[in-house]
Every structure is written in structure tokens, then in C-alpha cells.
Design a protein around this ligand. Structure first.
Ligand code: NAG
Length: 239
């Protein structure tokens, strides 16, 4: 009797985990394929592009070369062997023939392009001069996650580093969504830096992530206990 109850318990736990994994991966959703026009591949940015932001004028800023601590050793060595550098690419939807080109960084004391591993990106448009502000999640190689703030200088296609945001509440970040200058949401994606432990964090329903509100140097966790929150975006009215 006791043994049957025990087997029953194990079986229902397995079912629960399988069901959780199934819905977490979105396997229960069905998508209609929809193309707004002719599709073609943008070449030149082959590794780890996870996010992009597009201005109203059709200028796209695309992060490339993503890596973070809890990725597998195999992935880290792939990135190293291919000598993949973290970069932000520019692509103009109004001039697709130009393709994507990597933006240069202006020299800065507070930012080292060698350790740059960009992930989520959000932008604040400057309609007058085109000097858009970019906020980018940086999984600093061998360092702590932070958010970089750049100004795009359109005349020379360069990024000027303005400052960075760091905080003890930052875990492994994923994405940012700007409300106004120096005020943004950031998703705290994963708790564990170890690949092995993060596998459990992915597979088991343990909600160790959350949503942060960063306001200048002040960081508050506004939503607690989320399970691996990924992208974050605002509605058009920013509410
Ligand atoms: C943020 O960065 C500064 C400058 O590198 C450093 O002194 C400080 O300890 C960092 N804070 C956290 C919470 O990592």
C-alpha cells in the first residue's frame, strides 16, 4: 500500500515536470507562418544575435556575440576558437544592399570592448540629430553583468560609451526596456552561474528570476519569483 502510494507520487511528479517543460517550451502553441514581404538573409553577423531595436526611420541596431557564464563549456570554447567578438551591428532597412556593418567603439576608460558580450538592447531615439541612446545588457567576460549606455554618432558610425549600470541585485540579466533616459526595466533571467546548476533552474519550476526597475543608480525588484524571464518590452504608451 505504502509502496504503491510512493510510486504514485513519483509518477505524478514526473508527469508534472514533463507537463511543465512542455508548456514552458511553448510546444502547446501553434503559429501561423506570416511573412510581411520577401525574406532574405542578412549576412555578416553569424554568431549569437539575440536582440535588435529599430528606429522609426528603419535603422536596426543588432547585438551579436552573446555568451554568458552559465552556457556550456562547449559553447564558451566555440566562441573562443572562432574568436567571436561582442559587437553591435547596424542595418538599414531602407538601404538593405549595404548589409550589416559592425559599429566601432570610441576609446573609453569605463568600457572594454574585449570583454563585451551583448544580449538584450533598447533604444531612445533622438529624432533631431540621430544620436540615439542605446542601452545594452553586457555579460562582461569573466566579470559581473552590467548595462552599458552608448550614444550613436551617425556621422562616423561609432558608439560613444557614456556610462554603465551595475548593482548587487543584477543576476544573469537578459533584456532591457527603456522608459526614459536612465530609467528602464531589466529582466533578471537566471540565478546560477554554473552550467550544471542552471540546467536544474531551467528544467525545474524554481522561480529565481525577476523584473528590476533601474532608475539612475537606484535599483528595485518590482516583480519577484519569475521562472527565467527572457525578453522585456513596453507597450507604445510605455505603460
Ligand atoms: C560597480 O562598479 C564599480 C566600478 O567598477 C565597482 O567599484 C562596484 O563595486 C560595482 N558594484 C557592484 C555591485 O558590482
Amino acid at each position: 500500500m505504502l509502496r504503491q502510494a510512493f510510486y504514485g507520487l513519483i509518477l505524478s511528479m514526473i508527469f508534472y515536470l514533463l507537463f511543465h517543460g512542455y508548456t514552458k517550451l511553448g510546444l502547446n502553441y501553434h503559429f501561423k507562418k506570416h511573412y510581411p514581404g520577401e525574406c532574405r538573409q542578412v549576412t555578416g553577423l553569424d554568431y549569437g544575435s539575440e536582440d535588435m531595436e529599430v528606429t522609426q526611420d528603419g535603422l536596426a541596431f543588432i547585438t551579436s556575440g552573446m555568451d554568458y557564464s552559465s552556457n556550456s563549456e562547449k559553447y564558451h570554447s566555440f566562441i573562443r576558437e572562432k574568436n567571436i567578438r561582442g559587437t553591435i551591428f547596424l542595418y538599414d532597412f531602407k538601404n538593405p544592399k549595404l548589409g550589416a556593418s559592425a559599429l566601432r567603439f570610441q576609446p573609453s576608460k569605463t568600457f572594454d570592448p574585449e570583454t563585451f558580450q551583448p544580449h538584450g538592447i533598447s533604444l531612445l531615439e533622438d529624432k533631431a540629430k540621430g544620436e540615439h541612446l542605446l542601452y545594452v545588457v553586457n555579460h562582461v567576460r569573466h566579470g559581473k553583468d552590467r548595462v552599458e549606455k552608448f550614444k550613436f554618432i551617425p556621422r562616423v558610425n561609432e558608439l560613444q560609451h557614456l556610462r554603465f549600470f551595475n548593482d548587487s541585485k543584477f543576476l544573469i540579466l537578459n533584456d532591457v526596456a527603456l522608459i526614459s533616459e536612465d530609467k528602464f526595466y531589466a529582466s533578471n533571467y537566471l540565478f546560477f552561474e554554473s552550467h550544471f546548476l542552471s540546467l536544474f533552474e531551467h528544467l525545474l519550476p524554481i522561480p529565481l528570476g525577476g523584473l528590476l526597475l533601474v532608475d539612475g543608480n537606484h535599483v528595485t525588484e518590482i516583480v519577484k519569483s519569475l521562472h527565467g524571464p527572457n525578453g522585456v518590452i513596453l507597450s507604445k504608451d510605455k505603460r
